[in-house]
Design a binder for this molecule. Structure first.
Ligand code: ZN
Ligand code: ZN
Ligand code: FE
Length: 309
């Protein structure tokens, strides 16, 4: 079995390599491993955290292979599944009551607190993929948690930008962006006393949202009772807004960008990003040659003019 990190020296980033997924057994149709009463879930829960049965990272990974030229590393970490409701037939997290979404976030907060104490845990990435269009095979509402021994590349890039901006201006980049968005107003999606959500000025995906707490915080565990409740409400409203675009559920990806778990990163500002990938009814935008090969995204502005606010 292979389960290791391989360093890409051309891009300077880790690739997680695992053969575990190939061992994925055939599941009888109609069986859902996330429903109450399944072998790993049991009964009597409203939200449950499970080990991902086909993880890319493990607290006890095998020794990585050795190569005379290429660098490898141990696939230390953890991959978890956050089952967001016992109800199988709910389509999306946004269909849950706000207090259930709040419970999902509270559970996630507890995982962040617990995992921060592990030696291997450099970072905790929470993400949610929605829609068969982007490869979601199990429809029972769930999201995923990767606890990684490295800082994900996009977060690393953001950390650098925040640091540079602070050095130049003595202010926080995202605190300044919140001010600009509230002055411009046109890209605002929704605001509460503790959070604001807007479409970025520089979107990568057809329908994109950035959700950020007004308070300059770095980790999910720093959010207080009220901020967590407001986030639950914001998630519901923004994701319901996404459904309204085509008057039906639309595929999206959601990710939490928080600071690394170790060290002091008080120059960073936590936020969530949501990428709606459907550009026209039943037509997906793909990260294709320019986006994947070049790394820069293209965006069609006629969409924003049609009612992006
Ligand atoms: Zn289910
Ligand atoms: Zn800030
Ligand atoms: Fe970000």
């Amino acid at each position: 079995m292979t389960m290791e990190l391989r360093w890409d020296p051309l891009l300077g980033e880790w690739v997680m390599v695992s053969s575990v997924r190939r061992a994925r057994p055939w599941l009888p149709t109609g069986f859902c491993p996330f429903c109450p009463g399944a072998p790993e879930t049991g009964y009597g829960w409203r939200v449950v955290v499970l080990e991902n049965r086909y993880p890319m990272l493990s607290p006890n990974p095998p020794e990585p292979s050795k190569h005379r030229f290429y660098k490898t590393g141990r696939a230390l970490g953890r991959c978890l599944i956050l089952v967001e409701t016992p109800e199988h037939n709910v389509d999306d997290i946004s269909d849950l009551p706000v207090d259930q979404i709040r419970l999902v976030l509270k559970t996630l907060q507890d995982v962040v607190a617990e995992e921060s104490r592990r030696d291997y845990a450099s970072y905790l990435l929470w993400f949610r993929n929605k829609g068969v269009e982007i490869g979601v095979s199990l429809t029972h509402p769930h999201s995923q948690i990767y606890i990684t021994p490295f800082i994900p590349v996009r977060v690393k890039r953001e950390l650098r930008s925040f640091k540079m901006y602070l050095k130049k201006t003595e202010r926080c980049l995202l605190c300044d962006i919140i001010r600009v968005e509230e002055e411009d107003k046109v890209r605002l999606l929704h605001s509460t006393p503790t959070w604001t959500a807007f479409m970025p000025f520089h979107p990568h995906w057809p329908f994109e949202a950035l959700l950020t707490p007004r308070r300059h915080v770095q980790l999910l565990t720093e959010l207080d009772h009220r901020e967590l409740g407001d986030l639950a409400l914001m998630l519901k409203l923004v994701l319901c807004g996404f459904k309204n675009i085509f008057r039906k559920p639309t595929p999206y990806m959601l990710v939490l960008h928080q600071a690394p778990l170790k060290g002091n990163h008080n120059y960073y500002h936590l936020h969530l990003e949501i990428y709606g990938v459907e550009r026209e009814e039943n037509k997906m935008k793909y990260a294709a040659g320019m986006e994947n090969g070049g790394g820069n995204f293209t965006y069609d502005t006629s969409r924003g003019e049609r009612g992006g606010s």
